[in-house]
Design a protein around this ligand. Sequence first.
Ligand SMILES: Cc1ncc(COP(=O)(O)O)c(C=O)c1O
Length: 406
Amino acid sequence: MSDSASTPIVDEPFPLPRRWGAEETERLAAAMQQQSLFYWKGPQTEALLAAFRDIYPLQHLFPCSSGTASVHLAIAACKFKPGAEVLVPAITDMGSCIGILHQLLVPVFVDIDPRTYNVPPEKLKAAITPRTKAILAVHLTGTPVDLDAYRDIADEHDLVLIEDCAQAWGTKYGDRYTGTVGDLACWSFNDYKHLSCGDGGMVGTNDDAIGLHLGKWGDKCYNRITGIRNPDELAYNYRMSEPLSAVCTAQMGKHDAIVGPRTARGRQLNAALADVPGVLPPHIREEDTPTFYNYIFRLDLERLGCSQDEFIAALVAEGVNANSYLPDPVYRYDLFQNHNFFADTWPVREMGLTEMDYTKVVCPESEKFLNDCVQLPFNEAMTESYIAKVARAIRTVASRLLKPSA
Ligand SMILES: Cc1ncc(COP(=O)(O)O)c(C=O)c1O
């Protein structure tokens, strides 16, 4: 029980960081003195590229308008033919799939591991067909996928490995940052992400040929390097303007200060929940550095004898900012169930380039996960003592709800 009937265990407001401050204001003010806010050779864009490369040393980078745009650019730059398959996790954001569908490719959903919530290498391998051309590796919640195993699979099957690091700013696989192992990598600066300018993204690669395409595909297929305006392919305008680059540059300067406390608090909570009956904290490899975009744990509902909603309601009553996670795996969304990708049609299937039927896709681990997990929003302002209270509330609720025989 809580300390008293009226006092919740977490007896303080949910901590919120000050996300933007003097550094962002200063850089924005400098941008406002410029004659142009266009990205090409703009001083804010140049500063962003330098700050980004200090942490993620990728040769070719394109700051863009969103994480969705970054994935679209990565996929488009690979120039796969319509009907090619891209392996994606069943649990991710739509932003991981939009570019795949727009390039007339086929997202193939792969089930997750019940303890890491990421796609395990063996399931990835089992999903490969002669049509598979790429793996979209999503580091969900800021926990790295098994990148060495992914790299081996990609090399063995001649697949392009694209890292979706939207939720994984500062995440390390062993001693390497996520985003530095794949052939391409994508980030999001949207409002919910560790680092943000409201909406923005970054895509990068060390491959020279693909790198040139990234820039062209994000900028109407204009070649800013040669200055020749003669688009030879259909491309997009996904450019990031100078004011947003100014904010992103300041955010990059706070990278370690933002991700570091998240890692520490997440590890603290994981340790504190390790022996709580009925509660399953996420599995984190000792050698990795997750950065906890959010903190998601699972419930052994059989053992607890309650529903996911009842557990969450009990946590909220104890002052914990807790909620359920996504409503469904991505393939259950209406657009997939109805194959409604282009004005009620899916040309790829109508052209006979795929037999994919999303109504037949079932990823049991993903479905079970969404029905028994609890999501805690996470940020760098959380203190050690706040997390200790959250852990105590979870332990208290679990022991209160645990079946007498358990
Ligand atoms: C894993 C993942 N990929 C892609 C995206 C898309 O990012 P954005 O919202 O910036 O388009 C998100 C955003 O939530 C995400 O979490």
